[in-house]
Design a protein around this ligand. Sequence first.
Ligand code: NAD
Length: 332
Amino acid sequence: MKLNVNLKDKSYEVIVERGIIKNITPYVDIEKKFLIVSDDRIPNVYINTIKKQLKKVDVFIFPHGENNKSLKNYQLVIDKLIQGDYSRKDYIIALGGGVVTDLAGFVASTYKRGMNLINIPTTTLAMVDASVGGKVALNFDKLKNVIGSFYHPNCILIDIDTLETLPKRHYINGVIEALKTGMIGDKELYNIFFNGDYRDHIEEIIYRSLQYKIKIVEQDEKEENIRKVLNFGHTFGHAYETYFLMKNYLHGEAVALGIVTISKDKPYLEDIKKIFTKWGIKLNINVEKDKIINIIRNDKKCDDDIVDLIIVDEIGKSKIVPTKIEDLSRYL
Ligand SMILES: NC(=O)c1ccc[n+]([C@@H]2O[C@H](COP(=O)([O-])OP(=O)(O)OC[C@H]3O[C@@H](n4cnc5c(N)ncnc54)[C@H](O)[C@@H]3O)[C@@H](O)[C@H]2O)c1
């Protein structure tokens, strides 16, 4: 399956194909140098499969985890590129989850003002969300994604077979983002989750999620308007992540809590609570309301004490509602 991303200054393909990591050469210039950036939980077999297809290749592995999407690792990758005398026409291959694609993408966007980048996402979250859309970032001083830019890859290669080794909790983490996409814009996608085991439909889930995200990004690349709908559940979700210091909840899990919060009084609330509970997410949380509201007030997306909430009244349809910070307490 192939999708095209058509932007003002760049167009590229997203290929969803089982086994594609065994056949990446049609998508790159094999004569160039390649730096594979990955983390220490990505099975070696994937790295070696890619490595053996290339002539001039280095590998940079950093420790897994959100804390490693850091300026320190950014510097280490840059150092590796300088030591290897990489040019803008050479490639970074980002092989991993969202932590890898964000970090490697930010390196690619800044090294010599932008070098070639291939994304090979290996988590559900990176497949449906992090690897596509051009947002690349680092964390700094406990602030998530505070250093970043917009930078698109040359192409994205999605090999669903790599999900076989992904731990279940991380698998569900990305599936939550796909459910979110169904809620905001694709009722058929939403319905898939109520029709047996989501793993039996993972190809369609990934394809439909990408299709919707690409459609939105093409209309509003820099998140000035319509792209904000992708943040459904994220206003409260990010606040919970910060509140719990990113320790107790993965990103998608915090988004699930955020979706439940913002869906208060909606007709579909009980259905999504049931499904999140089935996926093992603890929905009963105790938070100090004032702290949550203050976190949202200090967020980069809050202007003059107004935050754009994404509201879904009917599954498959979403709207942006500018809301005063003081009115948020009714959701908590
Ligand atoms: N740029 C964007 O638009 C965007 C969107 C959403 C999230 N993000 C970012 O994505 C990050 C989270 O990404 P994530 O959920 O993929 O987490 P992650 O990158 O930390 O990956 C989760 C864990 O799974 C391991 N792993 C990855 N693939 C594997 C595989 N196939 N087999 C075995 N283990 C594997 C990783 O080593 C890691 O330990 C966050 O930093 C978030 O800010 C970015």
